[in-house]
Design a protein around this ligand. Sequence first.
Ligand SMILES: NC(=O)C1=CN([C@@H]2O[C@H](COP(=O)(O)OP(=O)(O)OC[C@H]3O[C@@H](n4cnc5c(N)ncnc54)[C@H](O)[C@@H]3O)[C@@H](O)[C@H]2O)C=CC1
Ligand SMILES: O=C([O-])CC(=O)C(=O)O
Length: 271
Amino acid sequence: MLKIGIIGCGTIGTSICQAIDNGTIEAELFAIYDRNQEDVDKLLATLENSRPEFMETATMIKEIDLLVECASQKAVYEVIPAALHAHCDAMIMSVGAFADEKFHKMIRGLAKDNNCKVYLPSGAIVGLDGLRSASSEEIYSVTLTTQKPPRGLAGAPYIIRNNIDLDKINGKTILFEGPASEAVKAFPANVNVAATLSIAGIGFEKTKVKIVANPALTRNIHEITVEGAFGEFTTRVENVPSPSNPKSSYLASLSAIATLKKITDPFQVGT
Ligand SMILES: NC(=O)C1=CN([C@@H]2O[C@H](COP(=O)(O)OP(=O)(O)OC[C@H]3O[C@@H](n4cnc5c(N)ncnc54)[C@H](O)[C@@H]3O)[C@@H](O)[C@H]2O)C=CC1
Ligand SMILES: O=C([O-])CC(=O)C(=O)O
């Protein structure tokens, strides 16, 4: 059975651990780690059948088959290179870390050299299957428009740097327009999906992102338009925010679980 270790015991980490614990994912939950002990204790209290060990990632990567990152872009830098050196596969949620081209290239090289796989779930967006199919031919443009209730953007470096008072936004307001490379740095906990879209499509510079604060919303909306030799498609998802973290959509947790189910299932369906 696949031995899994998790870094990040927050919203997504907890959902994944519960899915292993209740048998939705057929794997062994071997170890967990978080820099915040309170989050570890809260997660452990939700498990009925599994008793994962609390372990530093440097130790757990020697024991596990797959390291799941659901912590932060910083954590991707801290743990993924070592995991690949230790011949451990990786699943990454904080995909925005790959906007750093040098790091992206290094991780691809390490995965290849160590015969490892790196999995990036679709997360909170829909339509990556179509984009991947369309990418076999020329893609002319990829655009992501993300709308969130203002509180779903709280704490982003862009908001802090520009002294934006989210409480004072009383109508639909465009906060950011630019390439995905800048969007994922300006909003590291809000648009990792822009990074996944860039990697699946035409890269971080050509993928255009618009971020909108909309106080009329209770859901996180991601709208993607792709134009290419194949024609054109638009997808739109209205995501229920996770109750424990309004920045992250519930679909992101479900996508992480679906990816792990796919990894552990010998029967593969779809592109
Ligand atoms: N790819 C996608 O579509 C999506 C990606 N995300 C990203 O996934 C990650 C996890 O999201 P959530 O579970 O909602 O966040 P969360 O804030 O609920 O939980 C994150 C946990 O990771 C821990 N953590 C953060 N940095 C750490 C580090 N360097 N070392 C150890 N522990 C660390 C925190 O203490 C916290 O317990 C975030 O980076 C988020 O931006 C979220 C939603 C969608
Ligand atoms: O969950 C979402 O709606 C998207 C998100 O936070 C991210 O991509 O980082």
